[in-house]
Design a binder for this molecule. Structure first.
Ligand code: CO
Length: 184
């Protein structure tokens, strides 16, 4: 089947330090087949990259859209459109995070255990929901992306020092690719 309802966009990952990762994301205005295709493509990219969450800026789109799946079970796919975190609560916990835009880099990040978000679903319905544990961790990490905040901003100075060479090599790789795209 190739009708609009099953269309998926094919996305490449935007890697650090691609400037799109720093641009604030803007709300979705139209809940249509294009949005469904975008979200389907994001889930596809997330799975192909063995991720548990993905934010639109990571596929080059300045949209307030994030997808997650904390369990790997298809029925747990969740797309949050125009999401805002309205409350964070519970104890601060340390947990090791990775990020598809920082391949091979992991760092412990401190975040509150729970968060409550309001968002729109794919049909545009308004939803409020509380997350805890791993799902809350993913939501808060992906939400950072919508604000232009990255793993490198959240890591401790010690982790940043430990990952200095890996971060520098991502910067080199980005510069090399950017130079190949615009040869002047
Ligand atoms: Co990330």
């Amino acid at each position: 089947m190739t009708d609009a309802s099953t269309k998926k966009l094919d996305f490449a990952l935007s890697l650090y330090p691609d400037p799109v990762l720093r641009k604030p994301a803007v709300p979705v205005e139209t809940f249509d087949a294009d949005l469904r295709a975008t979200v389907a493509g994001m889930f596809e990219r997330m799975r192909a990259s063995q991720g548990v969450g993905l934010a639109a800026p990571q596929v080059g789109l300045q949209l307030r859209v994030l997808v997650l799946n904390p369990t790997g079970e298809p029925q747990d796919d969740l797309a949050l459109i125009n999401v805002s975190i309205i409350e964070r609560s519970g104890p601060l916990t340390l947990f090791e995070e990775g990020c598809l835009s920082f391949p091979g880099i992991y760092a412990e990040v401190k975040r509150p255990e729970r968060c409550t978000v309001s968002y729109r679903d794919l049909e545009g319905n308004s939803v409020e929901r509380e997350f805890e544990g791993f799902a809350s961790r993913i939501v808060q990490h992906e939400y950072d992306h919508l604000e232009g905040v990255l793993l490198v901003d959240r890591m401790s100075p010690a982790d940043k020092a430990r990952h200095r060479a890996a971060l520098a090599s991502l910067v080199d790789r980005y510069k090399t690719r950017a130079a190949q795209k615009s040869p002047k």
